[in-house]
Design a binder for this molecule. Sequence first.
Ligand code: NAP
Length: 289
Amino acid sequence: MRIDGRTRVCGLMGYPVEHTLSPLIHNMLAEDLGHHLLYVPFSVEPDRVGEAVKGARALNLMGLNVTVPHKSAVIPWLVEVDELAEKIGAVNTLVRCGDGYKGYNTDMTGLQSAMRTDGIELSGESVVVLGAGGAARAVAFLCAHAGAREVWLLNRTPERAVQIAREVNDAFGRDCVHGLALAAHEEIPKGQYLAVQGTSVGLYPHTEEVVIREEGFYEKIHTGYDLIYRPGDTRFMQLVRAHGGKAYNGLKMLAYQAVHAYELWNGVKVDEAETNRIIQILREETNVI
Ligand code: NAP
């Protein structure tokens, strides 16, 4: 791409940013869609988040993605926050707005879109969420927002799961989320559940690890959605399939969160063919089958 005086700049602020796939996705989208846009990573130290947001606005950056560890810390520096992102308490996309930026959580809208392409709707669904870190917390909020019937949130440190359940139930005014210890999975009533694997267990290179080993758990799971995309076929996914369920990895979520951010920045709709091209490139890049 030719960079000239009209080139608009977007980027990613995180710490670290060295392993991000976002520049690959966004620069490819810009090239394919003929937008004069450049996307670059910015390493921002934790105590410089406010300075970074102000500096970005001063430099007229059209938008930013925000990644670990800044997704919550950036919120006080924004002029506006989208309703779902505000409830979750984390943003991953900033869109230039007035004298600053408005924050969105396209991780979650991206996950929802990714699930839809696999025929999964959260509305009315009974869901098990494994983990209570940043990603699992956001998934619990998304489930309540999207009208899930019930959510069983299981975590190694049960206090975190209980705390998130309380926050989600308070935010939505209904008792739909139950926080439990991982080891208490047998307390989940008999039935068929969508399970979202939101822990870091099984992430490359620890590919043989899985957060719940007991086979009985997997008999209750009709679909397993692992947020991990490296490896593309986790032990969790294998166990779900071995018990007759369908299983998906987190690669499409990664693609859709980027597509949604790109759409917000550029006021365009990225079509399915282009999104599928991004997914295919990411598969090759991450060696996902
Ligand atoms: P995080 O905030 O660090 O949370 C990690 C979670 O994993 C916590 O619930 C933690 O439990 C649990 N955990 C860690 N080691 C464990 C172990 N040995 N046994 C049981 N539980 C363990 O991480 P995060 O940001 O939420 O990310 C979680 C996963 O989601 C990562 O694999 C990440 O790659 C993936 N992710 C994917 C996408 C995507 O676009 N596909 C986006 C975001 C995240 P404790 O609370 O007990 O420590």
